[in-house]
Design a protein around this ligand. Sequence first.
Ligand code: XMP
Length: 520
Amino acid sequence: MQFHDLKEKIIIIDFGSQVTKLIARRIRDLGVFSEIITINDLHKIKNYNEIKGIILSGGPSTVTKKIFPRIPKEIFLKKIPILGICYGLQLIAKLFGGYIKSSKTKREFGRAILFRKNQSLLTKNFFNIKNKSVWMSHQDAVTKAPKGFKTIASTKESKLTIIENTNSNIYGVQFHPEVTHTENGKQIFKNFLFSICKIKKKWHVTSQKIKLIKEIKKIVKNDKVICALSGGVDSSVVALLINKAIRKNLICIMVDTGLMRKDEFKYSYNIFKKKYKLNVKLINASKIYFKKLKNIHDPEKKRKIIGNLFIKIFEKESRRFKGIKYLAQGTLYPDVIESRSATGSQSSKIKSHHNVGGLPKKMNLKLIEPLKEFFKDEVRILGKSLGLIDNIRKKHPFPGPGLAIRIVGRVTPQKIKILQEADYIYINELINQKLYHKIWQAYVGLLPMKTVGVMGDSRTYEYTCLLRAVVSEDGMTADYFNFPKDFLDKISNKIVNGVPGINRVVYDITSKPPSTIELE
Ligand code: XMP
């Protein structure tokens, strides 16, 4: 099922880098459709004429071993412009007869200064001065360029940091232009796309809306679709989109787990019911959630209980409706990329994420995932063109298991209430101080310990809450937000004075890695 009709595109061959997704995002931001594929998918490409450029990503492998992930050399003979990044550059060098060496002393991780040696189309307007700060992450380096390749730029440790062979239209960079730490990295992509690949800007998210609605109509016809609506950005956009296509044949189910932020569920329900006139059924399931979570303190157990219960309730409720053929899900492009492995091995599972995956197998419904080619920012743009209110459209991400994973240890209705109140104060203060949209995700967590405090003339013995606020581009890595001291003073005061049950406030100053964004 494909929801767009663009012919020309750039493909990114993923060798397993943590930041491959960012390459696709940068290209889409420049108005060009890009798709990430793995080496195992190469054989599925039917028409190379539609591919205007190929980018080879970075990755954890090394070409200094006997066996390493590679692409067939014939791809280079098709005369499609190719840009290799990090491992991609080393692979190009290896396949064309250059030398690559692994070195513990000449490796570069983090910032490096790049010096221009020659002019290139790829670096047009990139060096506004003669050198440039770029972001590196490599231990292997090209020590001898293949025949026909020219050096464009070097760093102190690696002479061949940018190389090119203009006759064959092949370019390679050792640093990562896709990460924001590389100054002006976007210019490298701009040059590659428009000066080298000569592709046109044709990717506009809002113009995709009409095509998406048409495609949904064509697929669903007069059948019924069911959708789990949480009030988060993704499920809200899916619901509005499908509603535009098939109106009353869309049934939305909202399951109130009791684990949401204060008043949020009621608020979203009213918006969807009254403002957007969706066919929504609200299920209040908080009692059963609290019952099942009683005395459970293990994070993974909590997630499993919440996920399984959700499936059970959703299944039961959907059986009340006759003739449903489709299940709509807010799967995004990063979910699709993450669910397949670039080279066959890759990342270990850190936490089991809860969403509605797994439902269709049991329920025998066909899956409809209209957002599966979009990134989160693109979904927000789509939401805007569908009239989704900013309070929902620009909301921070919220995890499926809800506040249960923001309470370390046992979850009780009383702890949820304390947490909701503190979180409400924190989030409102962020909005009032115009900090909310500078932050990727912010929340209050509740720690499983009580400490002594003093209020008035009395001794208190209450919980400690933790404030979390991080900046991030995709949730994979994150830095803690640097609040002014005044803000922290104010919020600590407001929470301790306003929330019975909390007498101490701490601010989490760990980044991800080594920490994670959520507490459990
Ligand atoms: P972590 O804690 O792994 O979170 O650094 C990264 C991002 O994922 C969100 N998250 C989840 N989302 N179900 C979800 O739908 C989950 O089980 C889940 N766990 C974490 C988290 O809020 C952050 O945005």
